[in-house]
Design a protein around this ligand. Structure first.
Ligand code: ATP
Length: 319
């Protein structure tokens, strides 16, 4: 292979810039030509790409977001839209595409690979919801952000003997909530992997109050229930002031922590290694600290993320 191209897709995540930098610098040091596509699959379809050199990614390793931009582009599910995308790649003589994104972005990469254009997927999402990797790029940064927010809520909750409910991102994966809840010392954890029973939660909070607890922090993953409504219900049942906080997009921003930068750099360089070895249609992961790769189709269709049940058990002992 001689020419490759890189894009970022789906929700942005801290460390995506470091991943682009990793891909670009590793490719250049192997003598490859590198292009960058703006705004994910949308820019690929609209043929918005530019040649990158080593200076295109200068001062990028520490910057949050993605300088290439990202987009949601549901039209990419349409075969004729993808055919145009492949045509745009082929007319420039590009041999392979590196996609940095979450599982939705992997679906696009899987389709392109099936249609004859080799892609390598790098897991870039704060949700940590991608199969075939222990961690995704951006997760550890978001974790620090969430824990800092919980620390702040704790200070004010304690002072007012208040119950706080904090909603954490993760889509259908509770990893970010669970890890943040342990690090933030939350008393109650509600995760998408475990069936939610509102009255059980209320009873546990009441039991905590009767044991003399000054505050309660409930960490809950997004999309489980309306947390404002939950707060009203808990306040009614416990007669304690209860407030809901949705952390929202704050969790996506900020400079990447060191681990995300290292992970992104390693994964970016590994993607190039795989391409040089003739691989296509693979997704990169880290398992037990080692770089690994899986068939992108197999990862999406057959691999499941393991749920950290033992973490939850530990958290419960520390309530
Ligand atoms: P995050 O988890 O951070 O939100 P993501 O990559 O999962 O990131 P999505 O919006 O699900 O985010 O997917 C990103 C893009 O990937 C979509 O906007 C679309 O362009 C493309 N995509 C998603 N699903 C498919 C599919 N089935 N076929 C082709 N392309 C797809």
């Amino acid at each position: 292979i001689k020419k490759i191209v890189v894009l970022t897709s789906g929700g942005d995540a801290p460390g995506m810039n470091a991943a682009i930098r990793g891909v670009v610098r590793a490719a250049l040091s192997e003598g490859l030509e590198v292009f960058g596509i703006y705004d994910g699959y949308l820019g690929l379809y609209e043929d918005r790409m530019e040649k990158l050199d080593r200076y295109s990614v200068s001062d990028m390793i520490n910057r949050g977001g993605t300088f290439l931009g990202s987009a949601r582009f549901p039209q990419f599910k349409d075969g004729s839209v993808r055919a145009k995308a492949i045509e745009n790649l082929k007319k420039r003589g590009i041999d392979a595409l590196v996609v940095i994104g979450g599982d939705g972005s992997y679906m696009g990469a899987k389709r392109l690979t099936e249609e004859g254009f080799p892609c390598i997927g790098l897991p870039g999402t704060i949700d940590n919801d991608v199969a075939g990797t222990d961690y995704t790029i951006g997760y550890f940064t978001a974790l620090e952000t969430v824990v800092e927010a919980i620390d702040r809520l704790r200070d004010t909750s304690s002072s007012h003997q208040r119950i706080s409910i904090v909603e954490v991102m993760g889509r259908h994966c509770g990893d970010l909530t669970l890890a943040a809840a342990i690090a933030g010392g939350c008393e109650f954890i509600v995760l998408p992997e475990i069936e939610f029973n509102r009255e059980d939660l209320v009873n546990e909070i009441k039991a905590g109050i009767s044991k003399g607890k000054k505050h309660a922090i409930v960490a809950i993953t997004e999309h489980i229930c309306d947390i404002n409504e939950l707060a009203r219900h808990i306040e009614q049942e416990t007669q304690r002031e209860t407030r809901a906080t949705v952390l929202g997009h704050i969790q996506r921003g900020g400079p990447p922590v060191a681990y995300d930068r290292i992970l992104a750099s390693r994964m970016g360089a590994y993607a190039i290694e795989l391409l040089l070895q003739g691989y296509g249609g693979r997704c990169v992961g880290i398992l037990n600290e080692k770089m690994v790769h899986h068939d992108i189709i197999d990862a999406i269709e057959n691999m499941k993320r393991p749920f950290k049940g033992d973490w939850l058990e530990t958290a419960k002992k520390l309530y």
